[in-house]
Design a binder for this molecule. Structure first.
Ligand code: HEM
Length: 438
């Protein structure tokens, strides 16, 4: 009888999770969007569409917009203030949903399922745990450590570009933008080359896990991919336990064994996030950067005349077409933002992509200018405690990847048929067909 009950619960829980976390918000957002609520319209806007006009509508309401379900800000100083504040934390308090719905949600939650937005992922933990996890992985991604990887990244990029030489027309995302970051992060972390295709497939299937309002089919695919990734990680870390290498995962495994590092679950969450974050976003930087530079031959010419501008150009690409559009925080106590009282438990969405075009900070904000003096002031890597761990690595991969691509194929042309990914928070190309030679 108990076994039957357990089986029935196991079958029902995913449906309840999806209903409360996706179907209900989607229904409420659709109604709110119809009534003109800009947050509803933002969330329901077509996937992969152009969200920038909506950001400007939000900005017209002032630095802080009160949506039906959360506050939203497009102001760069406010984004920094909120992300750096101790009055806010990441993640959503599951116990905040009251009544029978809240009870059903807590009952349905699968604590075993690891994901980027489930504790103990770095993204949704706060000090002291967050500090402990982050300390263990930080050193490998410092500016100095990343600088030592530059030669190897150049080699990987050159090899991939060599592989394209015989082809006239290619999907650049599939053949280059996706492969460069996954190869680099896999080497840093000690994932064998033979496993990279599987890891990429898990990443692609799990990417919508950051989004709200998924359909039942997408939700099942995402949960299936996260579970598959978890099984793969368990097996991979076990293999490193038996025969460690000279890589970050082996070091983390050894520290966990010593009992001073992480629990097994923390180890898997941290390793999984670093691996997935290491390639899921940089692919978008490379794709968005290629498309932008191809559309602006004058800017590409400037880079040809002055190669020193490349690092700045990468920041300008991140500013104007960032791979992560937004993030959010929950107020942990009553607090004040832009002169308004934000009550404990309120959600505040910080729209990174809109802050990057704040006219109070950036002159001619919608213009792409690789020599822009303050391009680096963008918040594409977030700010505060959760500032992107891989920012130095991503910047270097963006610079090397784009520079070598345009040096090797100066006549590269984007062909019709480019499509954006269907994710809402991550923004990049799904397909970017290009002709390599004139
Ligand atoms: C262009 C590429 C990238 C972009 C735009 C990007 C963006 C971001 C953003 C916006 C956050 C913070 C989210 C928040 O505040 O809620 C973040 C966090 C993070 N990123 Fe990146 N990222 C990129 C590449 C990388 C790479 C290459 C790695 C590999 C090490 C990485 C690892 C992480 C990790 C581990 C976190 C969590 C940090 C924490 O919560 O303390 N990212 N990233």
């Amino acid at each position: 009888m108990t076994a039957m009950r357990e089986r029935a619960a196991a079958a029902t829980k995913p449906a309840v999770r999806w209903g409360v976390a996706h179907l209900l918000p989607r229904t409420l957002m659709t109604v709110a969007a119809r009534r003109g609520d800009l947050q509803g319209r933002l969330i329901m806007a077509s996937r992969g569409g152009d969200p920038f006009p909506l950001f400007e509508q939000l900005r017209a309401h002032g630095p802080l917009y009160r949506g039906r379900f959360a506050y939203l800000t497009t102001s760069l100083p406010l984004v920094r203030e909120v992300l750096g504040s101790n009055d806010f934390r990441t993640g959503f308090d599951r116990t905040a949903i009251r009544g029978p719905l809240g009870k059903a949600f807590l009952w349905s939650t699968d604590d075993d399922l690891l994901g980027p937005l489930s504790p103990p992922s770095l993204l949704v933990t706060e000090p002291p745990d967050h500090t402990r996890y982050r300390k263990l992985v930080t050193r490998v991604f410092s500016v100095r450590a990343v600088d030592r990887l530059r030669g190897r990244v150049e080699q990987i990029a050159a090899d991939l570009l060599d592989g394209l030489a015989a082809d006239g027309t290619v999907d650049l995302v599939e053949r280059y933008c996706a492969l460069l970051p996954v190869t680099v992060i896999a080497e840093v972390l000690g994932v064998p080359e033979s496993e990279q295709a599987r890891v990429l497939a898990f990443g692609a299937a799990a990417a919508p896990s950051l989004d709200l309002g998924l359909s039942w089919r997408q939700f099942r695919e995402v949960e299936g991919a996260l579970a598959g990734f978890d099984r793969w990680l368990t097996a991979h870390l076990d293999a490193l336990r038996r025969s460690p290498g000279d890589d970050l995962f082996s070091q983390l495994v050894a520290e966990t064994e010593d009992g001073v590092g992480l629990t097994d679950r923390e180890l898997k969450a941290t390793a999984g996030l670093v691996l997935a974050a290491g390639f899921e976003t940089t692919v978008n930087l490379l794709g968005n950067g290629t498309a932008l530079l191809e559309r602006h031959p004058d800017q590409l010419d400037r880079l040809r005349r002055d190669g020193e501008l490349w690092p700045n150009a990468v920041d300008e690409i991140l500013r104007i077409d960032p791979p992560v559009l937004l993030t959010g925080r929950t107020a942990v106590r009553d607090t004040e933002v832009a002169g308004r009282t934000i009550t404990k438990g309120s959600l505040l969405t910080t729209i990174l992509a809109a802050a990057n075009r704040d006219p109070e900070v950036f002159d001619r904000p919608a213009e792409f200018d690789v020599a822009r003096e303050n391009a680096k002031e963008h918040v594409a890597f977030s700010a505060g405690r959760h500032y992107c761990l891989g920012a130095a690595l991503a910047r270097m991969e963006g610079e090397v990847g784009l520079r070598l691509l345009f040096e090797r194929y100066p006549e590269l042309t984007v062909l019709p048929g480019a499509t954006r990914r269907s994710t809402r928070i991550l923004r990049g190309y799904e397909r970017l067909p290009v002709r390599l030679k004139g």
